[in-house]
Design a protein around this ligand. Structure first.
Ligand SMILES: [Zn+2]
Length: 678
């Protein structure tokens, strides 16, 4: 019996109730074919290439495929099961192949290049210029302009890099899994919380051992370093953790690092860039390695005095407490935790009653209503993929429809961990119509029970605001092209709306709107808020230095010619000098397990954690100056940043919003770093 595949009919709201697993594969295959045909229509066109028949046509290629992909991959993240996971394995290579075929399509590139070379003829607006440059660079950054011989070398490098990165990650994983610390004496567990001990006991049991087992996995490693009183054991576990991939055996990563750094450098040179970092940063707000270095060094100079003071305080505390004369890295977490407990007594359980999920969600709606005049209307006529999903239609002040919003808050089997924002449909304009987006927030918050509502920890509260900030970026999008819409911005700019929104969680005026005791209705006492703030900036100087040390190490590996580096440890030690507080240990090496930059996508990008903080602090300082609910400031944020997505360079959008470039002072002030050095 043949039935209609709902994914093959054009749809607006995703028709979840009609979609069955077996619909996906045929839908993907058909949509891929359709998309290939659309590409062919462009390349085979008899017309001379124009902006409209080439760039715009390319931008709207595969729209149907995109819709099916977003439904499929969102479900695979939020509500998956074995069949979907299996399908993902089958479908992902097909999508990768399709996108490769576009990148390597020389006829297509020729047409794009012709438009690019004669762009004056087309009188393009700024968003169109951005699209043209972006598409053109997509080809050239993948070698489209190279000679056949160099193209071949580029492919070799890419293959070599892929295998080296994979091996790097496999080695780190093998090192992590290989190690265990097996304890047999209960006296060795002194200081550890019940739950941690129980987990270690269960782990031992699962390995058919008596006693307790600790490993290098974070959930096992971190609590041990934080709470275990036995200093020798902390040293042992720390050294195992900090020497992953650095034992001179078959799992050693030092030569892989040198190979990766050199291959990346060669690739960048081949494409005409000074270094890998120059290549990466071309498509970032930070723009160039020089700017990143300037940024990191400025922050270092400002944070270092505070960090030194904090380190001295910690050292004094360890000496007073246990007579430690020389503080070591394996003491850091332990004494920091003790000091924190001594300075502030703050327990998450004290806060939770004020943060009932429904109240917090209402709070974020109220905040956005006050700022942007948005109204969230819960609706029951929108299809959803799980009964726990809540759906809203979002309207602006004039009652105009803005977006569809899905919220999916609680954990369940089949949902991956963490919290994220995603979209089922991006905003774009076509044929005179503004197509509004369908945005979703997915989280893993504690659910309610029969006797207790869902009460959020403060971290969960800021997470909700964070993800909602991303969602606003998506919902308020008002661009012409889908690939510029919402969060489709440079990587070091994407966290601005999300981190910015978190700031309201610390403000009295905002908290009064929603932080009400779930039983008594009492507003959260301000002294609790002050404590939250103080804990949040505890040892911020040292934390900053640590982040900067990673950023500097990343830039050291990728910002210049690595051909002459022979000794990984010595090279790393050199870059750490400026940020070092604790004594170095010859057995340890950070680079050999620095998966962010050698395996994941953070190479030349580690700085962006701090970069994003500078942006959000600077932007929020503007709200503080004008009033945190000032409609004019909010309007500027909406019209210059939130609605603009990736239509222009972030720095230009930001300056239009703020009236100037971002400064680091607001972050230093918020982090308490100015106060500490004054
Ligand atoms: Zn984020």
């Amino acid at each position: 019996m043949s039935e209609v595949n709902p994914l093959l009919i054009a749809f607006d709201e995703a028709p979840f109730s009609q979609i069955k697993d077996e619909h996906f594969k045929p839908a993907f295959l058909a949509a891929l074919e359709e998309a290939r045909k659309e590409i062919e229509d462009i390349t085979k066109s008899e017309e001379p290439p124009t902006y409209a028949n080439t760039l715009e046509a390319l931008e709207f290629c595969g729209q149907h495929l995109d819709r099916i992909s977003s439904v499929f991959f969102n479900l695979n993240a939020a509500n998956t099961h074995e069949t979907l996971q299996g399908l993902a394995q089958e479908i992902s290579p097909l999508l990768a192949e399709f996108s490769n075929d576009i990148t390597l399509n020389t006829d297509l590139f020729q047409r794009v290049k012709e438009v690019y070379d004669s762009q004056e003829e087309f009188h393009l607006n700024p968003e169109q210029i951005t699209l043209l440059e972006k598409k053109f660079r997509h080809f050239t950054r993948n070698g489209a302009n190279l000679s056949e011989e160099h193209k071949k070398r580029l492919r070799e490098i890419d293959t070599a890099l892929a295998t080296r990165k994979l091996s790097f990650g496999e080695n780190v994983l093998a090192e992590t899994n290989k190690y265990q610390m097996h304890l047999k004496e209960s006296s060795d567990l002194e200081g550890l919380p019940e739950g941690v001990i129980e987990a270690a006991r269960q782990l031992a049991e699962s390995r058919n051992k008596e006693g307790w087992v600790f490993t290098l996995d974070y959930p096992s490693y971190l609590p041990f370093m934080k709470y275990a009183r036995n200093r020798k054991l902390r040293e042992q576990l720390y050294l195992a953790f900090a020497s992953k991939g650095f034992h001179g055996d078959e799992l050693d990563n030092t030569s892989l690092i040198l190979e990766i750094a050199n291959l990346r450098y060669e690739r960048a040179q081949l494409l005409g860039y000074d270094s890998h970092a120059h290549f990466v940063l071309e498509e970032r707000m930070a723009d160039s390695p020089e700017k990143v270095m300037e940024f990191l060094n400025e922050l270092l100079e400002k944070a270092k005095p505070a960090a030194k003071k904090e380190f001295e305080q910690l050292q004094d505390f360890a000496k007073e407490t246990d007579g430690i004369t020389k503080l070591q890295k394996w003491d850091a977490a332990y004494y920091s935790e003790k000091l924190k407990q001594k300075l502030f007594e703050l327990d998450d359980e004290q806060l939770k009653p004020y943060f009932k999920l429904e109240n917090v969600l209402n709070g974020v709606f109220r905040v956005t209503e006050k700022l942007f005049g948005l109204r969230f209307e819960a609706v029951s006529d929108v299809e959803k993929y799980h009964e726990e999903v809540i759906t809203y239609r979002v309207y602006d002040q004039e009652g105009k429809f803005i977006a569809l919003f899905y919220a999916d808050f609680h954990p369940r089997p089949g949902k991956r961990g963490g919290a994220w924002m995603t979209s089922f449909k991006s905003q774009f304009q076509k044929d005179g119509k503004n197509h509004r987006p369908h945005i979703s927030n997915v989280c893993n918050f504690t659910r309610s029970t029969k006797t207790r509502p869902s009460l959020l920890s403060f971290t969960e509260v800021t997470t909700l605001f964070h993800e909602f900030g991303h969602a606003l970026h998506g919902m308020l999008a008002d661009t012409e092209y889908p690939s510029h819409s919402g969060t489709s911005v440079y990587w070091d700019f994407v966290e601005l709306p999300s981190q910015l929104l978190e700031n309201w969680c610390y403000e009295k005026e905002a908290l009064e709107l929603f932080a009400l005791h779930h039983e008594t209705g009492e507003i959260i006492p301000m002294e609790l808020i002050e404590k939250i703030k103080a804990t949040a900036t505890f040892q911020e100087g040292m934390a900053t230095l640590r982040q900067l040390s990673f950023g500097l190490l990343d830039m050291a590996w990728h910002g210049s010619d690595p051909t002459n580096i022979k000794d990984v440890k010595a090279y790393e030690a050199g870059t750490f000098e400026a940020t070092q507080l604790y004594p170095d240990h010859p057995e340890t090496c950070m680079s050999t397990a620095f998966s962010h930059i050698f395996q994941g996508g953070y190479s030349s990008g580690y700085y962006s954690y701090k970069w994003a903080e500078v942006l959000d602090a600077d932007a929020f300082a503007y709200f503080k100056e004008e009033g945190i609910f000032n409609r004019e400031t909010a309007k500027k944020l909406r019209s210059h940043v939130l609605s603009k997505g990736g239509t222009e360079k972030p720095i230009e959008l930001y300056v239009r919003f703020r009236g100037r470039e971002p400064k680091i002072e607001a972050l230093l002030e918020r982090a308490g770093l100015l106060k500490k050095t004054a």
